[in-house]
Design a protein. Structure first.
Length: 221
């Protein structure tokens, strides 16, 4: 049932974007979208709410999926945020032509550009809130700073895909996020130490105190 609903959502979104591209956002009615997608007008309003909502329907699904993923709990919260970012990129990279069509439409319609800014902030806020929850005692500036950094890096790489015709592999984003982690002082551990009676740890000065505490606790446990 859920898969069927997702397929129906994808079909309505694709139909809407095709109409917006062909005849303009303001010139396209909900009735036209519903007819092209093979759904009733009432079904459209019940599922999406309006023309603006259908443009960002994928993001609503993605945000909910990311929330569920982060709620699962992760040993490396910083890495979990990066993994969440990668999953969003993968979603849009799977159908780049549809993603590019959406991007072009959003650029041309002011009200959609404003909605996009709000949507980007929702990802950033989700990451920020997750880090504060997963890392008790983390400096709020560290949490919001990393959330903003990951979101900005993701959007920069995604725009490379949306603005061009070439394929941008996931590895491009992964490399950029790994560099962001190193710059922020929360890079992945490069080596696992052997069990011993003594633990010697060296951390970058830029590493947030909450992350230092997490790593020390992990080694001592």
């Amino acid at each position: 049932m859920q898969e069927s609903a997702e397929l129906r959502t994808g079909g309505v979104v694709a139909a809407a974007l095709e109409l917006f591209s062909a005849q303009g956002f303001d010139q396209t009615s909900v009735e036209q979208i519903a007819k092209a997608a093979g759904v009733s007008r009432s079904t459209f309003f019940r599922q999406f709410g309006g023309k603006e909502d259908v443009v960002f329907a994928d993001h609503e699904v993605l945000l909910e999926q990311l929330r569920e993923f982060l709620d699962e709990g992760h040993d490396d919260p910083w890495g979990a945020v990066c993994a969440a970012s990668e999953s969003v990129f993968t979603h849009f990279a799977n159908d780049p032509e549809l993603a590019r069509r959406r991007y072009q439409i959003v650029r041309e319609v002011p009200v959609l550009r404003e909605r996009e800014i709000i949507t980007v902030f929702r990802y950033e806020r989700l990451f920020d809130e997750y880090l504060r929850s997963a890392l008790p005692g983390v400096d709020p500036l560290d949490a919001v700073g990393f959330a903003a950094l990951v979101t900005a890096v993701h959007n920069h790489v995604l725009r490379q895909l949306l603005r061009g015709r070439r394929k941008v592999p996931l590895s491009t984003l992964q490399s950029a996020l790994a560099d962001a982690r190193r710059r922020y002082g929360v890079g992945e551990d490069t080596a696992a130490g052997a069990p011993d009676d003594m633990v010697v740890a060296v951390f970058p000065r830029s590493m947030p105190v909450a992350e230092v505490t997490r790593r020390l606790r992990s080694e001592l446990d």
